[in-house]
Design a binder for this molecule. Structure first.
Ligand SMILES: Cc1ncc(COP(=O)(O)O)c(C=O)c1O
Length: 394
């Protein structure tokens, strides 16, 4: 049986990290993976998570099954975090949230849910590298709409709207809530308004992927678009992740929220989603959810989390400015100021494949082929070397 299998192509980002680990250059920098790093290059456990873990160890009384929806308290807290406490979909009893194994797990079950009533999802060009694979594996046809204008380092909003106007009413459209991966280019409030109105007019179903809430401009600010969308349309899906904003990467916790036109319809969508879960992995992992619900149930731990999230957010934004200033100081004449107008962990440097190759071979600086960099891997101690190296290859 196995002899029929062929070696699949290496994952471009994970493959890069493996190469990085075996590189002996002393100043090497890995700008590939979307992992937050502090100024020492570490990805520490948050203090609020440590405190929640101690609480859990002391107070957990059972490890019995929780059911396919996971922890009800986590689901409620996530709904509030995403929508705010007083959103109309909560008041009208039109939203159901279930725990999922990370943002990826949430996207996969959302994909399978969509596959039960439609067959096509539209994603931005470009989008997170795994969207295509996850939705294809869920049985969907994946189409793209224009999003990033590589030439002008800006959003191609006209192109996006033109394409979305052609989307058939039963199709799904994936939108990044904030900190667009890989471009860092987000919709403005006015643009969200236009997309929401178009979705309402045409009837396509928005699937909002929110993997970086709190990493852009703040918890509330980063959920503006999805809340507006939920205010405007009858039905949508939200796939969220606690990997980045709670730094719970390996605990695999996120959520999938479904919104439908009334309470009874939402119950049906929810029940179908739970069937999808049951035949996939039966039930989600509990540990990460327990930590998040403990933090969000305590005013003190929530305050601490807000503070730690702010530190991460401000460090990333600070590095965007430092990168652009240092490139200028190294005599680079090309305008990189667009990097300071983008949000979250990622931006495209916009340099050529041959330059990316030189950065890797000569300087031990690892960047994926598209020239996407993880700004969160830059620190005051490596920015000088990084910018000198970029200046040399330019
Ligand atoms: C846009 C986007 N969606 C979803 C995910 C998945 O996150 P998780 O690690 O929680 O599965 C990521 C992770 O990088 C992402 O960038």
């Amino acid at each position: 049986m196995f002899s029929q299998l062929q070696q699949p192509p290496a994952d471009p980002i994970l493959g890069l990290s493996i190469k990085f680990k075996s590189d002996n250059k002393p100043n090497k920098i890995d700008l590939g993976p979307g992992i937050y790093k502090d100024e020492h290059g570490e990805t520490p456990v948050l203090a609020c998570v440590k405190a929640a873990e101690q609480f859990r160890t002391a107070n957990e009384t059972s490890k019995t099954y929780l059911g396919s929806a996971g922890s009800a308290l986590f689901n409620e807290k996530m709904t509030q975090l995403l929508m705010g406490e007083d959103h109309k979909v909560i008041n009208e009893n039109r939203i159901r949230t279930i725990s999922a194994p990370g943002g990826t797990g949430a996207l996969r079950i959302a994909g399978e849910l969509i596959n039960k009533c439609s067959n096509t999802i539209w994603v931005s060009n470009p989008t997170w590298a795994n969207h295509q694979g996850v939705f294809t594996a869920a049985g969907l046809k994946v189409k793209t709409y224009p999003y990033y204008d590589y030439q002008n380092k800006n959003l191609d909003f006209d192109g996006m709207m033109e394409a979305l106007k052609q989307v058939p009413k039963d199709d799904a459209v994936l939108l990044h809530a904030c900190c667009h991966n890989p471009s860092g280019m987000d919709l403005s409030r006015e643009q969200w308004q236009q997309v929401a109105e178009l979705s309402k007019e045409i009837g396509f179903t928005p699937i909002i992927d929110i993997a970086y809430q709190g990493f852009g401009n703040g918890l509330e600010e980063d959920s503006y678009g999805l809340r507006l969308m939920a205010d405007t349309v009858e039905q949508m899906i939200v796939c969220s992740s606690c990997s980045k904003n709670f730094a719970l990467y390996r605990e695999r916790i996120g959520a999938c929220s479904v919104i439908a036109k009334d309470a009874a319809s939402t119950d049906i969508v929810h029940a179908v989603l739970l069937r999808v879960v049951r035949v996939n992995y039966s039930m989600p992992p509990a540990h990460g959810a327990a930590l998040v619900e403990t933090i969000l149930s305590s005013d003190e731990l929530t305050q601490e989390w807000h503070g730690e999230l702010q530190v991460m957010r401000e460090r990333i934004s600070g590095m965007r400015h430092l990168l652009v200033d240092t490139l200028k100081a190294k005599g680079v004449s090309r305008d990189f100021s667009f990097i300071t107008r983008q949000n979250g962990m990622f931006s495209f440097l916009g340099i050529e494949p041959a330059q990316i190759e030189r950065l890797q071979d000569e300087f031990g600086i690892y960047i994926v082929n598209s020239s996407r960099i993880s700004v969160a891997a830059i620190s005051p101690s490596n920015v000088d070397y990084l910018c000198q190296s970029i200046a040399t290859v330019l």
